[in-house]
Design a binder for this molecule. Structure first.
Ligand SMILES: Nc1ncnc2c1ncn2[C@@H]1O[C@H](COP(=O)(O)OP(=O)(O)OP(=O)(O)O)[C@@H](O)[C@H]1O
Ligand SMILES: [Mg+2]
Length: 236
């Protein structure tokens, strides 16, 4: 038995007839931030979708706390303790901040006010704006709301797809600080990031995905220092 919180082993997955992931194996341990990098179309988002039950693995297993959750419905996976923040459309613009957070808790039977109160304390910008429509938030603030919305279920694992996409560099840095803050709430994070160097800088470990399989893996520092990885994948 491994003590990984989440592990994908020998996973094949894809869309219709089109295979994207090919014998993919990776894991996430408690307390970690793990960054998934790689070229466009490598299959990074597909990994998160397969771990979250939006796609059913064709082969292999997705294990969460030692239980095979491969192909389980996303609403059940949320209850198991995995949250997912997609790259786009991750908040409801026409709802207020408070309504967005309450929506994040529809699958919770108790303790909703308390957990939302704690999130307001942790992310004061959301508290200040709790009555405002989410569409009035800046891009960075919207990303914080998307994280908080997923955290209402108090997941053990948060899957985050490209948190810095479309943000100015300063704003992206702030969002990465918020990713670290989320991790400090005892949430292990598997993050996809186009901005590989910045993503790895806040991570413990990383995987370089190419053509649906793991091309390199290691500590974040090891990957950042690896000349081949740097030349091929980090634009260095
Ligand atoms: N809904 C879909 N139907 C069919 N093919 C898809 C679908 N979504 C993605 N693909 C294909 O699967 C492959 C992997 O896509 P994926 O979105 O996982 O890549 P990615 O590594 O996240 O890329 P990016 O950096 O551009 O976000 C690509 O060839 C893509 O065209
Ligand atoms: Mg993607």
């Amino acid at each position: 038995m491994s003590d990984h919180v989440l592990s994908l082993s020998g996973v094949d997955s894809g869309y219709g007839e089109v295979q994207v992931l090919d014998d993919l194996t990776m894991h996430l341990d408690a307390g970690e931030i793990v960054c998934l990098v790689g070229p466009n179309g490598a299959g990074k988002s597909t990994v998160l979708k397969t771990a979250f039950g939006l796609l059913t693995p064709w082969e292999g297993t997705v294990d969460f706390h030692g239980r095979d959750i491969g192909g389980m419905a996303p609403e059940d996976i949320v209850r198991e303790g995995i949250g997912y923040v997609p790259q786009t459309d991750n908040v409801f613009g026409s709802l207020t901040i408070d309504e967005n957070l309450r929506m994040g808790g529809v699958a919770r039977s108790e303790g909703l006010d308390e957990v939302i109160g704690n999130l307001y304390e942790r992310f004061p910008i959301l508290d200040e704006k709790r009555g405002a429509k989410a569409r009035t938030l800046s891009g960075g603030q919207r990303q914080v709301l998307a994280f908080a919305r997923a955290l209402v279920m108090e997941p053990d694992v948060l899957l985050i797809d490209e948190p810095s996409a479309g943000l100015a560099p300063n704003t992206a840095d702030e969002v990465f600080e918020d990713v670290v803050a989320v991790n400090e709430l005892d949430t292990a994070i598997l993050m996809v990031e186009q901005n590989a160097t910045k993503g790895l800088n806040i991570s413990d470990r990383g995987y370089v995905l190419d053509q649906g399989t793991v091309a390199y893996e290691g500590t974040a520092d090891g990957l950042l220092d690896n000349e081949e990885v740097s030349k091929l994948y980090l634009g260095g």
